[in-house]
Design a protein around this ligand. Structure first.
Ligand code: GLU
Length: 319
């Protein structure tokens, strides 16, 4: 995948190029702000670049206007990005080219199984609770119609050292099973698109929520098959609501108010183990706060947990 287009100019490869890749299923909320802020600070502290990519492949889940609202909120908070925003919905041919290359190399096969058939055929569960695919269609469809395309996995242990969460290891065939790259509803799977884009955009560092920690070995597997470099990973704790669920539009997370940038950034900084001095948290504009945070930034201070309760005030979400 070395011939792909670069999102920002040519020239020598950067030492640090990070990215924020929100799915526009709703406005920016506290959980997504934490990921954006951690990524921005990590990139800026390293004098690196920070790109924004809108992951709008899953059109049925995309909310009209959400991508623009996310971008306007990032701007209002002072989290400026480099280069053009990339939209996954415009990049189908790149995902298709990667899929074709994997198919030609014999790594991909068609699968006829429905979700029910898979869950009925195995008791093994992956870390996210989904059934481990038992490889039913690996050796052919037995005359049935293909629904999806899967990539072969193997029994080699894949491990990486996350900068926050430490060592993570999976044996993909045992822990996940051959996974889907092209879905039964006709969409390219997140795992494929994210690897193609990170590779073609020359991303060197990925900072994102720890809900994606268990996806990372699948992405490293695809990077190996597509001969893409593996970025450095840092998975920040996800913000949990009072019931211990990940904050999301579905769990009623509040949108960040772009006119209250300083309190929003202050709460997100505290969540990341970084307490700004009182006078800065009172400042009117976010620039001074972000300048301070960039200098004070250390990924070592981020709690080594996959999830943390979001800050609350008198029982209500803040900000
Ligand atoms: N689009 C994903 C999300 O909003 C993030 C993907 C990534 O950072 O790899 O949860």
């Amino acid at each position: 995948m070395t011939e792909g287009p670069q999102a920002t100019g040519g020239g020598p490869a950067p030492r640090y190029r990070g990215r924020f890749a929100p799915s526009p299923t709703g406005p920016l909320h506290f959980g997504s702000l934490v990921a954006a802020l951690a990524g921005w600070l990590d990139a800026r502290a390293a004098e690196g670049e920070w790109l924004v990519r809108i992951e709008d492949l899953d059109q049925p889940r995309t909310q009209p206007g959400a991508a623009d609202a996310i971008l306007r909120t990032l701007e209002a908070l002072g989290l400026e990005w480099d280069g053009e925003v990339l939209y996954q919905s415009m990049r189908g041919e790149h995902y298709q080219a990667a899929l074709d290359a994997l198919r030609r190399a014999g790594y991909v096969y068609p699968c006829a199984c429905t979700r029910t058939e898979i869950s009925d055929s195995t008791a093994q569960l992956a870390p996210d609770g989904a059934p481990v695919y038992p490889g039913t269609c690996r050796n052919g469809l037995a005359g049935r119609a293909a629904r999806a395309l899967r990539v072969r996995t193997d029994t080699v242990e894949l491990s990486f050292e996350d900068r926050i969460q430490g060592r993570v290891a999976q044996v993909l065939e045992r822990d996940i099973g051959d996974f889907v790259l092209w879905r039964a509803d006709g969409l390219y799977a997140y795992q494929l698109a994210v690897v193609v884009d990170d590779c073609e955009q020359g991303i060197t560092h990925i900072v994102r929520g720890a809900d994606l920690l268990d996806s990372t070995p699948r992405q490293i597997h695809l990077q190996h098959l597509l001969r893409c470099p593996t970025p450095r990973y840092a998975h920040v704790p996800v913000a949990l609501d009072a019931e211990g669920r990940k904050l999301s539009k579905q769990t009623g997370a509040h949108a960040i108010d772009p006119t209250a940038a300083v309190p929003a950034l202050t709460h997100a900084l505290r969540f990341l183990g970084c307490s700004p001095p009182g006078d800065l948290s009172e400042a009117a504009a976010p620039a001074a706060l972000l300048d301070w945070a960039r200098c004070a930034w250390s990924a070592d201070r981020i709690p080594r947990q996959r999830g943390l309760p979001m800050p609350t005030e008198k029982g209500t979400q803040i900000p």
